[in-house]
Design a protein around this ligand. Structure first.
Ligand code: C2E
Ligand code: MG
Ligand code: MG
Length: 700
């Protein structure tokens, strides 16, 4: 239903001409987008066109005679509107047009742009006309623009280009990440950011996707204005017009360099050793897998090397883990410096490193030779002194080598093999290398069993001491050296060479060494009660690891106390390996024991690393010329010279000297001629069980 014709407006509101009136009537009624309402001064509705029905929901019939304030004015505007209406009638003119939100019949607000005019014709009651344009569509569009503008100012860099890719706009985040201001970017192509890290196919795929799917996203290496290359996550969407033609492209860039950096850190943690920065066990296994398949593909051999620092545990336990760590870093550094870029150096754990050599050629024999050459070079490089804070460290490594080339070998098998080879190198006296061969497998599995049974042996007292005589120049037995044996129920009597190195590696040397000391001291105490044996001294071998225990001196004193042995009859045999670290600590312990009467001999003298300056400061009693020199004095001039020098050195330091391993009368004569006064060796006696040794002394 529509409003009454204007001609039916209250009396006096009459048109000049019928036609004009009809025209206006039509116009008012049909103005689809403009709501026109007429009100009397008290707000009574006298006109309500069709558009008003649409905008405010009241039909003309419902509205007519109703009151403006009740119909479409929200409560909070009532007073203001009432005031404005009053003002307009008083002044006979409309207030300026304005935007306001008026009320729909259903209660929601309708945004309108409202103009007013007061029509007063003489003799007639004035009428206020309101002409309201519905602004809902516009308001919505404005809101969307606001949202778009806010989105454009987001944290992500954004750029808008025309359909040819010319930049039209960029947002502040774009400027922040790329360094290009809007002025610098507009008019340019996004190639401005190109890092040249992506091949042209990458970009053609982008265009392809934009033209077909209308969007594309990818990780892109971009370049900032300052030249820095960084990673962006880029999303591009094509904007199409009503006809479906692409008009613009909108791109967002999310700087993911930090995320990538974090990812990188995680990868480092997972695959690299934190101390040395070398690949870790996991990464090495992975590379090994790859190398195995590569070597099968291209028929070229590779090699795996396993290096383990000799006596590292002693250094670590005696001078502390900080210094130990430092040494590991230096070893890692030397390894990487001396390898080709294509070789992989990894820290396999503890003081063990793996090195993988690739492309050593198709011939396994030649490949092995090349690997050995490289390994020898490494051995040499790694035994150069390491400058550590307190003193230089003279270290060596033992190395195992195995070839990769056989198709059936897995990474795990190769690692096991090369470790076995490395253990062989250790067993062969360290500072050397060994190739893996299949017989070695058996040896090493035996080694694992050995450790288990050695543990049991200590617990089940299967150890026993043998005694080897030490004589003076007249052949009189003046003492003996206690040498441990293992009476294994299955294998019989086992020599220390077969289990002492293992005991040192595993730490079993500590309980073993204490047992030896205790047993030896018991023996000394027993001899003390027998006239023909009371004068005998007893030398006990002490491993470096054992001596480096903090309470070693206290242990010895406690054993002496417990057993009642005389400290003056006990001689501890130390080796030069003890002196690779913490010399001050060693001296302090020696002095403490020395003060109680305990004597010291330096075993295997001349084979290890000694510095004369330390030698002078150690409270030693005796140097033991290593049997290697003794046995060669008559055949090797160098060894003779060394023996001679040791005797002279001992003399000048005021030390006794004893030659061990004397097997022939000629050796004895020669050494005696050089001034050596004490001897030990098969010429006089082998190491014997206690009864045989005592019998030997009694018959002497
Ligand atoms: P070592 O302390 O240098 O002992 C000397 C080794 O040379 C002994 O071997 C001895 O039997 C051997 N020997 C003595 N005279 C001759 C000779 O004329 N010719 C030859 N060819 N060899 C001779 P053994 O008993 O097999 O001991 C080997 C090594 O085991 C010892 O070398 C020592 O380093 C270690 N060891 C033995 N018992 C103990 C122990 O109770 N504790 C520790 N920590 N190490 C021990
Ligand atoms: Mg010895
Ligand atoms: Mg010796």
């Amino acid at each position: 239903m529509s409003s009454p014709p204007i001609s039916s407006l209250p009396q006096g509101v009459a048109a000049a001409s019928e036609i004009a009136e009809l025209r206006f009537e039509q116009l008012f009624e049909d103005a689809a987008a403009m709501s026109i309402q007429g009100y009397l001064a008290d707000g009574t509705v006298v006109y309500w066109n069709r558009a008003s029905e649409n905008i405010y929901g009241y039909s003309a019939a419902e509205a007519m005679g109703g009151n403006l304030l009740d119909l479409i004015i929200p409560d909070e505007l009532r007073t203001r509107v009432a005031g404005a209406v009053r003002w307009m009638f008083e002044n006979e003119q409309g207030i300026p047009p304005s935007r306001m939100n008026l009320r729909h019949k259903q209660g929601h607000l309708v945004p309108v742009y409202s103009s007013h005019t007061v029509v007063s014709i003489d003799g007639q009651a004035p009428v206020m006309f309101c002409m309201d344009t519905d602004m809902s569509v516009l308001a919505k569009a404005e809101e969307e623009l606001r949202i778009a503008a806010t989105a454009f100012d987001s944290q992500q860099g954004m750029l808008i280009t025309d359909r040819l890719g010319v930049i039209l706009r960029v947002n502040p985040s774009f400027t922040m990440t790329t360094g290009y201001t809007e002025a610098e970017a507009v008019g340019q192509s996004p190639r401005l950011l190109s890092s040249d890290r992506h091949p042209s196919e990458f970009w053609s795929a982008m265009w392809q996707s934009l033209h077909t799917v209308g969007s594309w996203q990818a990780e892109v290496w971009n370049k900032r204005k300052n030249g820095e290359i960084y990673a962006d996550w880029v999303i591009i969407n094509a904007v199409r017009d009503a006809q479906g033609e692409v008009t613009h492209f909108v791109g967002t860039l999310t700087d993911i360099s930090q995320r990538k950096e974090a990812e990188g850190k995680i990868i480092r943690l997972a695959f690299y050793d934190a101390l040395t920065n070398l690949p870790n066990r996991r990464l090495m296994q992975d590379r090994l897998h790859q190398a195995i398949s590569a070597s099968q593909r291209n028929g070229s051999c590779g090699a795996l090397l396993c290096l383990d620092i000799d006596n590292f545990k002693i250094l670590n336990d005696s001078v502390g883990h900080d210094i130990g760590d430092l040494l590991l870093q230096k070893v890692a550094q030397r390894l990487t410096e001396n390898m080709r870029d294509c070789d992989t150096v990894a820290r396999f754990g503890g003081d063990t490193f793996l090195v993988m050599l690739e492309d050593l050629g198709a011939d396994p024999v030649l490949a092995a030779a090349k690997a050995e050459l490289i390994a020898q070079k490494l051995l040499k490089v790694l035994r150069q002194p390491y400058p550590l804070p307190d003193q230089d460290y003279q270290g060596t490594v033992s190395m195992g080598i195995t070839l990769l080339g056989a198709p059936e070998d897995s990474a795990e098998t190769l690692i096991k093999r090369v470790e076995l080879a490395m253990y062989q190198a250790k067993a062969a006296g360290r500072n050397t290398l060994r190739f893996f061969d299949s017989q070695m497998q058996a040896v090493v599995s035996a080694r694992a069993t050995l450790e288990i049974s050695l543990r049991a042996a200590i617990a089940q007292e299967q150890l026993l001491l043998y005694y080897q005589a030490q004589v003076d120049q007249d052949g009189q037995v003046i003492g003996s050296e206690a040498l441990v044996r293992w009476q294994d129920p299955r294998r019989g009597l086992v020599q220390p060479g077969e289990f002492i190195p293992l005991a040192e590696e595993t730490g079993l040397i500590l309980p073993l060494g204490l047992w030896v000391l205790e047993t030896a001291c018991h023996q000394l105490a027993q001899w003390a009660g027998q006239a023909e044996l009371a004068h005998l001294t007893l030398a006990v071998n002490v491993s470096a690891l054992q001596f480096h225990q903090d309470d070693f001196a206290e242990q010895v004193l406690a054993v002496l106390e417990r057993t009642g042995a005389k400290a003056e009859r006990l001689k501890l045999e130390l080796t030069e390996s003890l002196l690779v670290s913490n010399v001050e600590g060693v001296i302090a312990k020696m002095k403490l024991l020395k003060a109680s009467g305990v004597g010291f001999a330096l075993d295997d003298f001349g084979t290890g690393y000694s510095s004369l300056s330390y030698l002078k400061r150690l409270p030693l009693d005796q140097l033991k010329i290593d049997l290697g020199f003794v046995q060669n004095v008559l055949v090797d001039a160098d060894d003779a010279a060394i023996a001679k020098m040791i005797i002279a050195l001992a003399d000048s330091l005021g030390l006794e000297v004893i030659a061990e391993g004397v097997e022939t009368g000629a050796q004895l004569e020669y050494l005696a001629g050089l001034g050596c006064r004490h001897f030990q060796g098969y010429l006089f006696s082998q190491a014997l069980p206690i009864q045989s040794f005592e019998a030997l002394v009694r018959s002497n």
